[in-house]
Design a protein around this ligand. Structure first.
Ligand SMILES: [Fe+2]
Length: 368
């Protein structure tokens, strides 16, 4: 289904329809722009894995400040394939993804160009950008543990490692082991502990599952509320979204039943220098400029805008995430969870272990 919104194209689903949107939405503004010469004032053409409701307000603000229009195409899948197929003729200037795996796969295919920007380097720390500045993180979130407020005592679970303890047999709910979020988490465990220990860990977690992996992260919180399990893994922002979901007030009830635990914190007895105190696994949303960008100057302005205080604050708060630029204020609900130490293993190293982690999930039969 395609929905046209002012200046933006919204897309849900994938396949042939996605290509149609690209052709329809982007060729006309490009043609118009080329007719006026070098394209000094954009527009910027954005391919986004991140949804329109999150991006549109930011893009509108960017246009208000700079006068540069943004044509955005939203897709859940297929952006990498599209960029490859389009090659040097791609209309895309900027690509935005909601996780490290997807942005790094695009970089890995040689489809992004290095960006030299003092502002981006200052605002986004080295763990959260590509070593050659092919992409920059914008926001991050933690993969946390949700526990039932009464059925799990405070301090009973402190680490991802605890989830493999036979004490919790039949008490954990999780979404599919094939989902990027869980594959990234396992990749971070492989990077921290080595393959052998990581495989033992993920088998242990599987042994403790209350049911076959199913549903999204919110469904796991619901299952805790309904008594099917006591512990779940999910992304931190879902708790904020559920607690404020006026359209589906049931979600508020589900979310109110759980505590949020940031795993592997050094200050809860795990030790600053041990792998147990390595911090909570985080993932990022990130953006880069395509190698074939026709509006690279404007594209860089868009990236710098997204890394600015104002955009960081709006962007992070809207999705209950954490801004990557330091000293930017948090949404009050996110702030109420307190501060935590993120696992600072380089995300690019975690992305490199993606395929090993996916194979490991299959090997242990996580979904069976
Ligand atoms: Fe999500």
């Amino acid at each position: 289904m395609l929905t046209k919104t002012t200046n933006y194209m919204k897309y849900s689903g994938h396949g042939a329809a996605f290509f149609a949107v690209v052709m329809g939405a982007l060729l006309s503004p490009l043609t118009a722009n080329n007719a006026h010469g070098a394209g000094a004032n954009g527009p910027v053409n954005l391919y986004s894995y991140r949804q329109s409701f999150l991006m549109a307000p930011l893009l509108e603000e960017f246009t208000r400040e700079t006068g540069i229009k943004v044509n955005a195409v939203y897709a859940k899948k297929g952006i990498l394939q599209r960029l490859k197929a389009e090659g040097a003729n791609s209309p895309a200037d900027v690509v935005l993804a909601a996780d490290i795996t997807r942005i790094d796969a695009i970089a890995g295919e040689g489809l992004l160009q290095p960006v030299t920007s003092k502002l981006l380097e200052e605002n986004i720390g080295p763990s959260y950008r590509h070593p050659d500045n092919l992409w920059f993180g914008l926001t991050y979130r933690a993969r946390v543990i949700f526990t039932h407020k009464e059925r799990i005592r405070p301090g009973e679970i402190k680490t991802y490692e605890d989830l493999a303890n036979p004490l919790f047999k039949g008490r954990i709910c999780m979404r599919s082991g094939k989902h990027e979020y869980n594959i990234s988490l396992l990749a971070s465990v492989i990077n921290a502990l080595g393959s052998e220990k990581a495989e033992k860990w993920v088998s242990g977690v599987k042994e403790n599952l209350a049911r076959r992996p199913q549903g999204n992260d919110r469904a796991q919180v619901r299952a805790i509320f309904e008594g099917e399990c006591d512990i779940a893994i999910g992304n931190s922002y879902y708790l904020g979204k559920m607690l404020t979901n006026e359209a589906k007030p049931d979600e508020k009830k589900w979310a109110s039943a759980v505590n949020i635990i940031f795993p592997n914190q050094p200050d809860n007895g795990n030790g600053e220098n041990s792998t147990l105190g390595r911090g909570a696994h985080v993932n990022i949303s990130a953006a880069g400029i395509t190698k074939s960008a026709k509006h690279a100057v404007e594209a860089k302005l868009l990236l710098e805008f997204l890394a600015s205080d104002k955009a960081q604050q709006i962007y992070a708060a809207q999705n209950f995430e954490y801004p990557l630029k330091k000293d930017v204020s948090l949404h009050p609900i996110v702030a109420s969870w307190g501060s935590f130490k993120p696992d600072e293993q380089r995300l690019i190293d975690i992305a490199a272990l993606h395929d090993s982690a996916a194979r490991m999930m299959d090997r242990v039969g996580f979904n069976h």
